[in-house]
Design a binder for this molecule. Sequence first.
Ligand SMILES: NC(=O)c1ccc[n+]([C@@H]2O[C@H](COP(=O)([O-])OP(=O)(O)OC[C@H]3O[C@@H](n4cnc5c(N)ncnc54)[C@H](OP(=O)(O)O)[C@@H]3O)[C@@H](O)[C@H]2O)c1
Length: 429
Amino acid sequence: MGDALRVALAGLGTVGGGVIRLLDANRDLITRRAGRPIEIVAVSARDRTKDRGVDLSRFEWVDDTAALASHPNADVVVELIGGSDGPALTLARTALDAGRGFVTANKAMLAHHGLELAQKAEASNAALKFEAAVAGGIPVIKGLREGAAANAIARVYGILNGTCNFILSKMEAEGRDFAEVLAEAQALGYAEADPSFDIDGVDAAHKLSILAAIAFGTQPAFGDVAIGGVRHVLAADIAQAASLGYRVRLVGVAEEGANGLFQRVHPHLVPLDHPLAHVTGSTNAVVAEGNFVGRLLFQGAGAGDGPTASAVVADLIDIARGEYGASFAMPAHELIPAPKADSGERRGRAYLRFTVQDKVGVLAEIAAAMRDAGVSIESLIQRGEAADGGVMIAIVTHEGPERSVEQALERLRGSQSLVGQPLLMHILG
Ligand SMILES: NC(=O)c1ccc[n+]([C@@H]2O[C@H](COP(=O)([O-])OP(=O)(O)OC[C@H]3O[C@@H](n4cnc5c(N)ncnc54)[C@H](OP(=O)(O)O)[C@@H]3O)[C@@H](O)[C@H]2O)c1
């Protein structure tokens, strides 16, 4: 049995507490699997007096979180604070510069600074691991980095935000509107007090940019992700989608095209025969399409103390075994900067919903805008009762260039016939 892997733990909230509980509960098994014990030696958070439901008296408490990076008795720093910059980034930089292993669940930091941190890890031959940063407990990074490493990946996509999926599933099951279900999700602890990162698609975009870098060997490019969220989806859209054979899901998609890397997070209509249509509640799922392995589906809990701690400790076990390679599946200098693909070049089908004034000629106006932009309509449904006194019109297009749909919407912008903004959802093909 080797010497213990000694861990300095920064952040003792949901995930940090979960890591302590997991290491306690599975201590013997983990020691046997890792070939050596994994022991927390020092911890840090903001408030020393807070009751966290775990016994912290056996660990050294360090007031200055940044000092964990150079703690004399630690081999690895685990960062579970969060935030793209601030104390998490300081800790990452100083730990990696000092040659310490670094484990984090912090997708925001990796999306913004992943390349720099991978370069630092390589320069000092230190481990940088972040399984928990994408899809919580699902070992999707390991799956892509290791299991699917022999494949060229054509596309990686999935449901990457449990809060949105919980809200959309509940809206669908209960026919309720977004704001009401969001309030309930907040009361149940499924959504943050400030839910904007989740519901506006930013959190999913952080994760998508990390997955894309691993899948395509490109530098993480969060700034190139086109981001749309779910706050404008109505219960009526979900009902309409259902009647057409679809479910509404917030899907992040990354794929390599002829003119660059395409990355988008947006509400999609997912056909009922697609596995993502059956991912409900706070579950996450990721699909990767490899040129030899075919379609892989990873599914499980995308958040929560237990699943996220499971991923953090799996990273620690890898480090304890000495089994860690390049963080993004290839050395940082091999990651290429991918140009951002022009989404207008893509072809696809779309769902468009308009709320319009109840007057003669509106339908003709919309149809003319579609025709002039070259959008071919597959089905058009007019319903009576929109919440704001208007009439709801939903359109499903035939496959065509996304640019044409954008042009049609542009033609209708400012039209006196429209009540509010139209909603566009892409149809997952
Ligand atoms: N929660 C999940 O299900 C989940 C899933 C996947 C990934 N993640 C990621 O995991 C990380 C941690 O999330 P969490 O949900 O565990 O967060 P959390 O419950 O809010 O815990 C954050 C911890 O960081 C500490 N902290 C905050 N600011 C600090 C500062 N300036 N200096 C030192 N410590 C500070 C807090 O200290 P006090 O307790 O003293 O206030 C708290 O212990 C984030 O990057 C998050 O994105 C979370």
